[in-house]
Design a protein around this ligand. Structure first.
Ligand code: SAM
Length: 272
């Protein structure tokens, strides 16, 4: 197969690197849908993760005067700079996104994150973003559809799990639309979907200790078919279940996000 794009695809062409999760968006109609979903306003601080060959970057720059992008692939930096030059002000951060602190990018405001993410590291990127939720106004990400389904799942669903609870605790999660493999070059093996995440006001989230919350959620879903009493043995005591008003004979997949927060917030008993 050649690396040529469909005639309508923006950007330039470079061979895709599998190890960097490179599947370049090549269908103009889905690019337009993403730009429409982001709907940038003049004073927004837009930050794109993984601009690649500019499929989303260049149309965004046509709508918005400046953009910061974070790209790990050195080979893409020069052509991206050249392609963006006539359109607007592009700042390229040449780093692994997992090493980037988003706080300085936000200045005294908040950033809006966009990205067709490298699927091999999409969960670490999501967790990294959650750590910076206070400086993020919203996120529009393309991910594997299966991951988006897990992110947006409700209690009782088969795919409701650790990712659903950890993300929904901090953000409102909305699945927007599905994108088929044929929209990419090279095509991935699976369907993709675009998701919108809007961080909640940290003051209203109500998690007292992030590490403790993460521990309770991880342990509960570590053995999701067991009752919580068994799955959380050694992590949550009978007294703590009672104090949180959570039934210990329930299973993790039945618990609302607020119940996980209540369970994690109960103080540990003083040791004698
Ligand atoms: N946005 C482009 C598009 O839609 O055609 C490219 C998307 S491609 C799925 C993912 C992009 O993320 C690639 O450009 C890849 O080089 C970049 N990438 C992969 N790992 C990265 C990392 N750790 N940090 C920053 N960028 C990364």
């Amino acid at each position: 197969m050649t690396s040529s794009h469909s005639p309508s695809a923006p950007g330039f062409t470079a061979p895709a690197k599998k190890q960097l999760g490179q599947h370049f968006l090549a269908d103009r109609s889905y690019i337009d849908k993403i730009v429409l979903a982001v709907n940038p306003k003049d004073d927004d601080r837009l930050v794109e993760i993984g601009p690649g060959q500019g499929a989303i970057t260049l149309p965004l720059l046509r709508r918005h005067p400046r953009l910061t992008v974070i790209e790990f692939d050195r080979d893409l930096i020069a052509p991206l700079t050249a392609a963006a030059e006539p359109l607007g002000e592009l700042t390229i951060v040449h780093r692994d996104v997992l090493q980037v602190d988003f706080t300085p990018l936000a200045g005294d405001g908040q950033i809006r994150l966009v990205g067709n993410l490298p699927y091999n590291i999409s969960s670490p990127i999501l967790f990294h973003a959650m750590e910076h939720a206070a400086v993020i106004r919203d996120m529009h990400f393309m991910l594997q559809k299966e991951v988006v389904d897990r992110m947006a799942a409700d209690p009782g669903s088969k795919v409701y799990g650790r990712l659903s609870v950890m993300l929904q605790a901090w953000c409102k999660v909305t699945s927007l639309f599905v994108v088929p493999p044929g929209a990419f070059r090279p095509p991935p093996k699976v369907d993709s979907a675009v998701v919108r995440l809007v961080p909640r006001d940290p003051a209203t989230v109500g998690i007292l200790d992030r590490k403790r919350f993460a521990e309770v959620v991880r342990s509960a879903f570590g053995q999701r078919r067991k009752t919580l009493r068994n799955a959380l043995n050694g992590v949550v005591t009978t007294e703590q279940f009672e104090a949180a008003g959570v039934r210990s004979d329930a299973r993790a997949e039945q618990l609302e996000v607020a119940q996980f927060i209540a369970l994690a917030n109960v103080p540990r008993a003083e040791s004698a």
